[in-house]
Design a protein around this ligand. Sequence first.
Ligand code: ATP
Ligand code: MG
Length: 670
Amino acid sequence: MSKLNPRQKEAVEYVGGPLLVLAGAGSGKTSVITRKIAYLIQKCGVEGRHIAAVTFTNKASREMKERVGQLVKGKEARGLTVSTFHNLGLNIIRREHRILGLKAAFSLFDDQDSKALLRDLMLHQNEDAEQVDTVRNQISNWKNDMLEPAQALAQAAGPDDILAARAYEAYEIHLRAYNAVDFDDLILIPVRLFQNHPEVLDRWQGRIRYLLVDEYQDTNLSQYRLVRQLVGHRGALTVVGDDDQSIYAWRGARPENLVQLNEDFPSLKVVKLEQNYRSTRLILKAANTLIANNPHVFDKTLWSDMGFGDPIRVIYNRNEETECERIATEILDRHLRKATPFKDFAILYRGNFQARLLEVKLQAYQVPYKLSGGTSFFSRAEIKDVMAYLKVLINPDDDNAFLRIINTPRREIGPNTLQKLGTYASERQVGLYAACDEMGLEQVLPAQAIERLRRFRDWMQRIYRQCQQADPVDAIREMVRDIDYEGWIRQNTASEAAADKRVQNVWFLLDSIRSTLDRLREDDPDAGIEETITRLILLDLLDRQEEEDDSDRVQLMTLHASKGLEFPHVFMMGMEEELLPHRNSIEMDTIEEERRLAYVGITRARETLTMTLARQRKQYGEMVDCLPSRFIDEVPQEDLVIEGLERNQDQNRARGKATLNSLKSLLDSF
Ligand code: ATP
Ligand code: MG
């Protein structure tokens, strides 16, 4: 285990009040958190169940869990919370659902569910998909800023805002009617709960006696409130962050929270870390020089004694195809010549769409890879179907899920029937599923339709009873068998190979239900199917698929997803204007956030960094010329090795700049 440097040690051992560790990339911020958890348990006698450490992504929280797992084991770790903000919120809501007026088995709407609901609500106004997306984001922003629909309406500045605020109001009413919460609610609802019920807050403050937050620069207003509430006046808080790595402003993150902290906790102690233990000196210098182009609230210095290392390579390619091929062959070459394992490489990009061609080329060269993010496991149709069954099973009020499965596989229940059922249900203010049983239904629907609906309902109830009385996972397996879902997939999938894959996905989901239930029961022997399904919806299964799989593969992910991680060899692809920085940010003048994103990318690399770009790229079916990213110009040119550039103007430009920069740094050193 590495030895902490004096500053890190100071941060780990300071438990007398609130602490902020403000430091650049790779300086050991996350290490301070994991070591501090061990210190609190082993040296301060704080029980694991009184400690919570939170971060932002599943990937980061998993990584943190692993690192903590090496330091505290077995009984010591019992009850310890290491999770994402949203998972913590989910736990609070689950435990307090009664006070909140939610049934135990509330549904959790993912982004697609939320959009589907909004689309329904906005349908009669002929809104297009893009407008639904805009309204969805707007609602999310309002929620992160803790605005209620009425407040949003009062602040609305024009017709678009008014439309969005109205949709927000209807959306909230429907969510509650479905006994559902959305992603943003996972933070918002606990914050409101704590505001309105001091006695509940009291209980939670008694439970979480020490709170640690990683990647603090990315907290939004509601998350910040939650932190403040949980910490209360006790000030048992350690947060670590780096303002230069704030890359979620578009999702409401507020780096100002770093400053705010100082005002809210006058006794705040600040520790700065300056030694980077991750990257070679040239990589670190590139990162520092780049980020110096942004204005800074806090002064930070960062140095490394890892040696100079290899120069940073910039590889120009004719087009996007050759770019992807080049990355594949570079990796293969190093793998063969130096026996570097594939998992030591990461390929980072700005947008998920960039991965498609890359995947094709990696496959062609037989380079094994794994893709993080992108199309999530849960957005696949077969998984959405089975999950919808499970949602109805645990929460019969979830009309969205009901509509998805009532005719999948076919049950001869037509749109006419459903429409009448819908009208009936909304008049009576009950859910669709509950309406199936009502006597009054006889007035509006023919006997045969009612019979089909009730057959479905009886069957669902039988499965639910089985879940309660016997092994729930067996009951779910039986459910999937009963509807012959495999047969349905095979009938509705073009190729056999694709059908096999989809069937496997369903089996994988069932296995995951089993392992999630087992894990939950370790902490809470009474945990049942409700808890399991809610938990599953939150976790990105694909992420967990990777967790169980530590095979030797190149890692592909977006720059956003790479935050907090490190790799020996990093490729940053698509280093072009309009990709990085992204076109929208050029138009909206938010280049600084893109620069931070580039900074995050560069600082993931331990030994080598390679930037690639294409001179031409296909856009809307046409080849267009691309310009190198301004960020390439912003790193020290004398440290770059540029390849793939013929002796032409571009190169002269690069050389001219290199000479100029060398001169500049020479002058600077005097
Ligand atoms: P980021 O800003 O990217 O999240 P970070 O500040 O959280 O980075 P860590 O991930 O904690 O940094 O640490 C970076 C690397 O440095 C890790 O590999 C970690 O094991 C190593 N490291 C941290 N502290 C020390 C130390 N005192 N001695 C040796 N290695 C260390
Ligand atoms: Mg970190």
